[in-house]
Design a protein around this ligand. Structure first.
Ligand SMILES: [Zn+2]
Length: 515
């Protein structure tokens, strides 16, 4: 090579080096990437919506975030997020969540739902599965589904879609509607079967077959939650595993904690055994001893011995800040069965109960998902409505389950820092990489999420490991998590200097290809 060429080449190289000022540099933080086992002080360079450099050496940035003493992690991915309004997303992002997916219930019609979300301010990424319950309601009521929680809530007054075997015509329409949701880009099939436990074996089997055929996962809230046989949690989860084993479908089990009640060890052992045999079952849990669902749900009304089966009475249920009396409970079940209530089935202050929750949360095969529920308010006439406004902080009178604002921060505070039940890297794996891996075979967008690596999406959370904490409680869930310094979604600030960016609209749809 002649000298002139060398000079030209070195000029070219130095000019590109000069031009290489990243849009944002996250400087000097402890970068944790569970996939590559990176856990070291690094500088992260972000160009547009991607991670462009990870270096031990200083990087030049148009904007530099000082992350010294902080942890830099992939943004958390919540596979189980019912709340998809602006306030729901804001409570999530304050604890470092950058993607919220409505998979367990799902929704229909999927195309309409994505259009609605596109018109809404979405600070974080979002997506949904095709909803079997919505299809079942539609088939049994001869209606067209509508992509709102109200469609599901209003149907709680009706019994047929919940307790009857589908006729051949209904069966066909259910499958058709679910498949239409997949054609419109749904992220798999949401099978919220606890709310319609009367389905036939053949129907669930057909859903698994459809998922296998289309190469997507199903997400099941199992039909029975009880430690009494028959109709036990064990039986329902075995049904799920059986369908996966026979059809080859990837079947995801939602909230193994609340789905197992006190039988968590036997159920986790069964799942381990299934996975060891190569059966494609994945699992999630949330770190609380209370669930949440509609008060008229099948599990709270049937069979006749339901109270003994789930060891609960009216006082186990909470609406707003208060536990219910028998009269209030009966009144809600009769007149407003679609009302979401919090259901206390384990007491986190009792060591044996806490150990059961811990068993599911810490199990290496279990990812963390919040099951976040809508922020709600009482209306003047004593009813309950969902808050969909844009006030921040959320209005004083809203309520929800504390998991809607605290799940991910609680894992970092309680399980990592205070009780040392898992390493920071393991917690981050369960909250970012594992959920991305759960979907990435059939949702290509997820292959570039859940990782801090060059070329990956700049969905990043920077938090203080010594202070990060959930603040939401059963008495007052309306308290955002603290200790998160920065959240970037697709390279844009959504949280900066621990403050929410009010006009952030960085979220993008997570969606499969539309047919
Ligand atoms: Zn559920």
């Amino acid at each position: 090579m002649n000298q002139l060429l060398w000079i030209l080449l070195s000029l070219l190289l130095s000019s590109t080096a000069l031009a290489q000022a990243y849009d944002i540099v996250v400087e000097g933080g402890r970068v944790i990437d569970p996939e590559t086992s990176l856990d070291a002080i690094r500088n992260v360079g972000i160009q547009a919506d991607r991670i462009a450099a990870i270096s031990e050496f200083p990087l030049d940035g148009k904007l530099v975030i000082n992350a010294k003493g902080k942890v830099v992690s992939p943004g958390f991915i919540d596979l189980h997020a019912h709340g998809q309004a602006l306030g729901d997303m804001r409570m999530q992002v304050m604890q470092g969540v950058t993607t919220v997916l409505e998979l367990e219930s799902g929704v229909l019609p999927i195309g309409q739902w994505y259009s609605l979300l596109e018109q809404q301010q979405t600070p974080i990424n979002y997506g949904a599965a095709s909803a079997w319950t919505f299809a079942r309601i539609a088939a049994f009521t001869n209606t067209d589904p509508s992509p709102t929680p109200a469609y599901f809530q209003d149907a709680q007054k009706l019994d047929e879609w919940r307790f009857d075997i589908a006729s051949p015509e209904q069966f066909d329409r259910i499958l058709e509607l679910v498949e239409q949701g997949l054609d419109e880009g749904g992220l798999g099939i949401g099978i919220n079967s606890g709310y319609a436990p009367g389905y036939g074996q053949k129907e669930y089997f057909a859903l698994a077959n459809l998922a296998a055929e289309r190469g997507v996962a199903t997400y099941t809230h199992t039909r029975y939650i009880s430690n009494t046989e028959p109709r036990s949690s064990f039986e329902a989860i075995k049904e799920l595993i059986g369908n996966s084993a026979i059809t080859g479908a990837h079947m995801h089990l939602c909230h193994v904690n609340s789905g197992s009640l006190r039988d968590i060890h036997a159920i986790l052992d069964m799942i381990e055994e299934a996975q060891a045999h190569g059966i494609k079952v994945t699992v999630e849990a949330y770190p609380y001893g209370a669930g949440n669902g509609v008060v008229g749900a099948a599990i709270f009304t049937t069979p006749d011995d339901w109270r003994e089966r789930i060891d609960s009475d009216a006082h186990s249920f909470q609406l707003g800040a208060d536990r219910l009396t028998e009269d209030e409970f009966a009144d809600l079940q009769a007149n407003a069965p679609g009302t979401f209530v919090t259901w206390h089935y384990l007491d986190e202050t009792v060591p044996e109960d806490l150990a059961l929750i811990d068993a599911s949360v810490t199990h290496p095969a279990v990812s963390i998902a919040s099951d976040s529920v809508f922020w709600a308010q009482f209306t003047d006439d004593g009813g309950v409505t969902f808050y969909t406004g844009d006030e921040w902080p959320l209005p004083d009178d809203v309520f929800s389950h504390p998991r809607s604002a605290g799940t991910f921060a609680k894992v970092l505070r309680s399980y990592v820092r205070e009780r040392g039940l898992m390493s920071l890297s393991e917690a981050i794996r369960k909250m970012s990489l594992m959920p991305a891996q759960t979907l990435e075979d059939f949702v290509p967008q997820m292959r570039s999420k859940g990782r801090i690596q060059v070329g990956m999406d700049a969905d990043i959370v920077v938090f203080d490991p010594t202070t990060v904490a959930d603040q939401s409680t059963y008495e007052n869930a309306n308290q955002p998590a603290t200790g998160v310094q920065t959240v970037l979604v697709n390279g844009e600030f959504v949280v900066r200097k621990s403050k929410l960016i009010l006009d952030a609209n960085a979220g993008r749809p997570i969606r499969r290809e539309v047919r």
